[in-house]
Write a protein that binds this ligand. Structure first.
Ligand SMILES: [Ca+2]
Length: 500
């Protein structure tokens, strides 16, 4: 088996100092403690497909109310430029848990198998004396919901799970809940029960991973209908692909094509879940349950006198388009797809009420939490602890974030894309398709409307960013695209049904 694994990795071209680091055997994991460092309690709350700006305090959606998120932001920090390295559930989750890029951990899409050599950062916490727990959506590397390494207590479900009548795998035991049980509430309730029963002599880490607000959206019954009739002002880039206006703007053809697909505004979810407005309303109503969950967790911390010392991180696993470029959902490298909500609160560590502009990434989560646990970051993790930014020190912080998305058989309308973003520019390079690459000045064109590619005035910028992109790929062993066996009928491709 060992030799087979070695050979597979070699084939994938991902064998590197990064991916071969530790094994999943807890006894072989080396933990280096920082002498004298406090072992802080940490609660990480992850949500699914919540975009970065759909929160009450941003004012983006005037009627959306998220009082608990607002409070987290005002008492903590709003990371305004928090990015995922791949905008898709499984790859981003794997990046959070392993601190690695997608081409390194190889969970490049939602069906990629677990390569068997991944180490999840909670394994280091366990080794450092923490009690750890996982509640909710795992959906990463194999479909099963059996307990994964790193967690003393485990509650999860297969794949996407169900909003109502959920079925949980609780430490290996299967439990079926009734039709009135709503997943967000159930996970929160169980998380609080675990906190109540914890060993108060040991530090804790809790990973609360909501199914909400993933499509097909279903709010808690108490929230169902509260946003009936509401709509948003359509984004500036909503309509250019109705006709041919997009050609003047030099948008790629795939964007036009995707408009009438599972992930486009004209045929969203193939009509299975209502109109654009109805979907948007249900998305926002579903988010209200998550906001209440945050409130319940924060109330428990206050009641137990732990609200000053505990680090609480709220984050989304990827962003979501609501009509920008005529698209819905994620995968592509436009801002609303790759930016995620990230709120961090820990009064004992830093003063609240901050908006932090510097670019952070999902691969920074593991280093941040390890620092809070007084554990040195393993050398192979490329991310950085965000604690320095939270404490006002920007020295040496990154000036570029890189992006990769690998084409999926089931959703073939979004091509493979690699990219790089600075504070001012974004460069997108498509792979395996005859189409237009993209370059935007996101300071002067935040809606990403005017593609500057081919403009002689920006040729040097494009050339430099392309060069930076390939430097990153070369340095991180990202020059090979991981392929997976896909022999089945495609799921989200209405043009080619029942084909192989
Ligand atoms: Ca997701």
């Amino acid at each position: 088996m060992k030799y087979f694994l070695f050979y597979s990795l070699l084939l994938l071209g991902v064998l590197s100092a990064c991916s071969t680091a530790p094994t999943e055997d807890i006894d072989e994991i080396k933990v280096e403690r920082v002498e004298g460092a406090k072992q802080r309690n940490v609660i990480f709350i992850l949500t699914d497909d919540h975009r970065y700006d759909y929160m009450g305090f941003t004012g983006k959606v005037p009627w959306l109310e998220t009082p608990e998120m607002d409070k987290l932001a005002s008492e903590g920090a709003y990371m305004k430029n928090a990015f995922v390295t791949t905008s898709l559930c499984s790859p981003s989750r794997a990046s959070i848990l392993t601190g690695q890029y997608s081409h390194v951990h190889t969970i490049v899409d939602n069906v990629a198998p677990d390569p068997g050599n991944l180490v999840y950062f909670p394994q280091y916490l366990q080794k450092a004396g923490y009690q750890t727990s996982f509640f909710g959506k795992w959906h990463m590397g194999d479909e099963h919901d059996d307990p994964r390494p790193g967690f003393d207590h485990w509650e999860s479900f297969k794949g996407q799970g169900d909003y109502y009548a959920p079925n949980l795998n609780i430490n290996g035991e299967r439990v079926q809940y009734d039709e009135d049980t709503y997943i967000t509430d159930l996970l929160t309730e169980h998380a609080i029960e675990w906190l109540d029963k914890r060993d108060t002599e040991k530090p804790f880490f809790m990973y609360l991973s909501h199914k909400a607000v993933h499509a097909l959206f279903k709010p808690a019954r108490r929230h169902d209908g509260v946003y009936d009739g509401k709509t948003i002002e359509k984004p500036a880039t909503f309509a250019q692909t109705v006709g041919d206006d997009y050609q003047e703007l030099k948008w790629p053809e795939w964007v036009k094509q995707q408009r009438h697909s599972w992930h486009g505004v004209d045929y969203m979810y193939h009509g299975k879940n209502g109109t654009f407005d109805e979907n948007l309303q249900k998305y926002c109503e579903t988010l209200l349950g998550v906001d209440e969950s945050i409130g319940t967790v924060m109330e428990w911390l206050r009641e137990n006198g732990l609200d000053e010392s505990t680090m609480v991180i709220y984050m989304g696993d990827n962003g979501f388009s609501w009509g920008e470029h005529g698209l819905i959902d994620k995968r592509h490298f436009y801002e609303e797809s790759v930016k995620v909500p990230m709120l961090i609160r820990c009064p004992e560590l830093f003063e609240g009420g901050k908006n932090i502009e510097r670019m952070v990434q999902n691969v920074d989560v593991a280093p941040t939490i390890l620092e809070c646990a007084g554990v040195k970051k393993p050398e192979y993790m490329p991310g950085h602890s965000m604690v320095q930014l939270l404490q006002g020190n920007e020295e040496g912080w990154r000036t570029r974030v890189y992006y990769e998305y690998f084409w999926e058989y089931d959703f073939p309308m979004t091509p493979t894309v690699f990219g790089v973003r600075t504070d001012q520019y974004k460069y997108m390079r498509y792979q395996g398709i005859w189409d237009q690459n993209e370059l935007y000045d996101i300071i002067n064109d935040p809606d990403e409307q005017y593609n500057l590619m081919g403009d002689p005035a920006y040729a040097d910028v494009a050339k430099q960013l392309a060069s930076d992109l390939y430097d990153w790929l070369e340095q991180t062993r990202g020059m090979n695209i991981p392929l997976k066996r896909t022999v089945k009928h495609p799921y989200g491709d209405y043009r080619h049904p029942n084909q192989y």
